[in-house]
Design a protein around this ligand. Structure first.
Ligand code: PMP
Length: 342
């Protein structure tokens, strides 16, 4: 079995970290205060097993009818695990687009299940066949925006794909806050559309581990039966509740990061990179020299970490996360110095 290898995590220090799509900005003061307040409270007691305060706040912020539409988890990776555990048995199949988030395949492998990939076309669209599921396909994952491309399918395209599926479609919206569109309203209309979210990206809380599922209440109720008893701790429930209640903070940080992303796209294109237009907090780019691995290594030697990705039968390139403007200036200086000798 191929294990999933998360992006490199170096000790904090001088490194400019643009490799795992975190938020370069710290979380809001309200979040830090909520953690401090919870830490001064009853840590000798177990947390609420179903994170009710968070689910209530999430329902309010997302315009959902109530907390029974939300399942909280230890990062959205845990939610993805619960979904695979709940829907895909041994000898059944998981479907995913290619290239996309590699973890999906690992989760199927762990489950003793099979997986099949359906390739995006050259414009990062999916064939209608993606929505046609034979009996043995029990779950379909669709990251939207997709990683590594940062491209999105519109809600109506997602709805049309789901309409021909005989199994649940999980729209992984880890990066949806940067895209300005999402599929939450589709969950209200269709029981086979499920949405996962994370607080690791737009909310700046990757170190906290908090994610959640939005699905119709009967789906949430069944999946809650297979989660670990206390999968979210008291500090992270408090922090996540404060974070999801801070929608103005979110809008401001997203606006700032999207502006930097657009500058990255312009700057990298001027340097000769082919940059895929992104709706996420990262960009996917390739260079006509094909020297992606060498560029990654040169940047790393100079304390800038980006993600070099290689997809068999498809190709390779660099995925670069949005940083602060100063970090991106430093990246550009280093890239220009590399490209002078190409
Ligand atoms: N989905 C996608 C598409 C991702 O890129 C990531 C981040 N690696 C996740 C889910 C998981 O995020 P987390 O577990 O931090 O919530």
């Amino acid at each position: 079995m191929q294990p999933y290898t998360p992006g490199e995590q170096l000790a904090p220090g001088k490194t400019i970290k643009l490799n795992t799509n975190e938020n370069p900005y710290p979380p809001s003061e309200a979040v830090v205060a909520a953690i401090q307040h919870a830490a001064a409270g009853a840590l000798n007691r177990y947390p609420d097993p179903v994170a009710t305060v968070f689910r209530r706040a999430a329902a309010e912020s997302l315009g959902l009818p109530g907390p029974e539409w939300v399942l909280a988890g230890n990062g959205s990776d845990e939610i993805l695990t619960i979904l695979v555990r709940g829907f895909v048995g041994e000898n059944q199949k998981l479907r995913l687009p290619y290239p996309s988030y590699i973890l999906y395949r690992t989760l199927a492998d762990i489950q003793g299940a099979a997986w099949e990939q359906i390739s995006f076309d050259d414009d990062w669209q999916l064939p209608a066949a993606f929505g046609v599921t034979p009996d043995d396909v029990r779950l379909v994952f669709l990251p939207n925006p997709n990683s590594p491309s940062g491209t999105v399918l519109l809600p109506e395209q997602v709805e049309s794909l789901a309409s021909t599926m005989t199994c649940p479609l999980v729209v992984d919206e880890a990066y949806a806050d940067f895209a300005g569109a999402n599929c939450i309203d589709l969950v209200k209309k269709h029981e086979n559309i499920l949405v996962t979210r994370t607080l690791s990206k737009s909310y700046g809380l990757a170190g906290l581990r908090f994610g959640f599922l939005v699905a119709q209440p009967h789906v949430v109720k069944e999946l809650a039966k297979i989660k670990d008893s206390y999968n979210c701790d008291m500090l992270s429930i408090a922090a996540a509740t404060a974070a999801i209640s801070g929608q103005q903070w979110l809008a401001d940080v997203v606006q700032k990061m999207n502006a930097t992303r657009d500058q990255m796209t312009i700057g990298l294109s001027k340097m000769g990179f082919d940059v895929t237009p992104s709706k996420a907090n990262f960009v996917w780019c390739t260079h006509p020299s094909g020297q992606h691995q060498a560029i990654y290594e040169f940047l790393k030697k100079n304390q800038i970490l980006v993600r070099y990705m290689q997809f068999p039968d498809w190709g390779d390139g660099l995925r670069i996360s949005v940083g602060t403007d100063d970090q991106i200036d430093a990246l550009f200086i280093m890239l220009e110095s590399y490209l002078r000798n190409v």
